[in-house]
Design a protein around this ligand. Structure first.
Ligand SMILES: NC(=O)c1ccc[n+]([C@@H]2O[C@H](COP(=O)([O-])OP(=O)(O)OC[C@H]3O[C@@H](n4cnc5c(N)ncnc54)[C@H](OP(=O)(O)O)[C@@H]3O)[C@@H](O)[C@H]2O)c1
Length: 329
């Protein structure tokens, strides 16, 4: 049985990757920290693989004991206090991990890196209106810069079987950030930011997991892909679907971007004091202000025959039912 290690397994995306890997009949190792929650990792077939990226010797000893066929590196941070932290947790730790893997797991067949569309930035000023692989990347936040640096380092490795995936906003059950919109919605307020129309893009977490496992098991390597469901949506679409599913009619407010910026700055100040960066911070405002997040998904169709099973309405409906059943709403 082929062995796969999935890092960041305790997180939102990672937990779905683990489930998909088990569905494919792989011996599935959930890469977790000793402190990681295991609440979404209850499947009896999961084997836990405790790892500490900051301890290279320990990592080397552990990885030398198990030869993996595939690795999906999904661990990463989307919020951090400083630029140094973003680079430490997204770039440096990936670099250490890959160096150790190359030494200890020389027969590794595939290394998948879960990057982000943030590494290229939005399509706001692109003549094609869609982010293409051939564009020069223009990340607009530090998170995107750290993801881009990691991608560029991986792409410099001539004989390493990497694949890079750059998902746009991922949503679905267990997700905690877009969820804040639904939570506020269910409490009677539908909040939107600014009045500029947006072309937002999304991918449902189960479609992402299916795609990534198809790619893992494919013969393709040393390529990079953007991931979305191929559509673009006005941001009001989330509210329209939530109104239908939750049968609520909340009070709608449009918060001017200048006010959001002030709230984000205050949040960020508290975040630094408490050591826990809140979801709405100044970096996040840069993302929310962007108007167009369309990206080219044709290569996914060409190489993996990828067709999403969920559009936003189907995915949000399923996610909202999960939030209700699990008493998050
Ligand atoms: N969600 C999205 O919309 C989206 C979009 C594009 C790309 N991505 C990428 O997808 C990946 C997963 O994101 P997510 O939304 O699932 O985030 P998440 O729920 O916050 O999960 C992050 C995972 O990374 C692990 N992790 C973080 N820092 C670590 C460290 N220093 N050492 C070891 N493990 C560490 C966490 O482990 P603990 O549980 O121990 O903290 C957790 O398992 C990230 O790389 C992110 O950049 C996400």
């Amino acid at each position: 049985m082929k062995k796969i290690l999935i890092t960041g397994a305790s997180g939102f995306v990672g937990s779905f990757l683990v489930e998909e890997a088990i569905n494919r009949g792989l011996a599935t190792y959930a890469g977790v920290r000793s402190t990681s929650s295991r609440s979404f990792l209850s499947h009896e077939k999961i084997q836990f693989f405790e790892m500490d990226f900051s301890n290279k010797t320990d990592l080397e000893n552990k990885l030398a004991q198990t030869q993996f066929d595939y690795v999906i590196h999904c661990a990463g941070v989307t919020k951090a206090d400083t630029k140094e932290d973003f680079f430490k947790y997204n770039f440096e730790l990936t670099k250490t991990f890959v160096e150790v893997l190359k030494k200890t797991n020389p027969t590794l067949e595939k290394f998948i890196y879960i990057s982000s569309l943030a590494s290229y930035g939005p399509a706001d000023n692109h003549p094609t209106e869609v982010v293409l692989e051939s564009n020069t990347p223009h990340p607009i936040d530090t998170y995107g810069e750290s993801k881009l640096a990691t991608e560029q380092w991986l792409q410099s490795l001539s004989s390493f079987p990497y694949l890079i995936f750059r998902p746009t906003a991922v949503y679905g059950p267990r997700e905690k950030e877009i969820f804040i919109f639904f939570k506020t919605f269910s409490k009677g307020i539908e909040g939107h930011i600014g009045r500029v129309p947006q072309k937002a893009t999304f991918i449902y977490v189960k479609d992402l997991a299916r795609l990534v496992l198809d790619a893992t098991l494919s013969e393709i390597s040393q390529k990079s892909y953007f991931v979305s469901d191929g559509n673009h949506y006005p941001t009001q679409e989330l509210g329209r679907i939530a109104r239908k599913v939750l049968q609520k009619n909340p009070f709608q407010i449009n918060i001017p971007i200048s006010i959001v910026q002030v709230i984000a700055a205050i949040n960020e100040g508290f975040g630094r004091l408490t050591g826990k960066m809140p979801p709405l911070n100044l970096e996040k405002v840069k993302i929310l202000k962007s108007k167009n997040w369309q990206c080219d998904t044709q290569p996914l169709k060409n190489d993996f025959n990828f067709a999403p099973a969920y559009d936003l309405e189907q995915g949000v409906t399923e996610a909202l039912h999960w939030y209700l059943e699990n008493k998050w709403l």
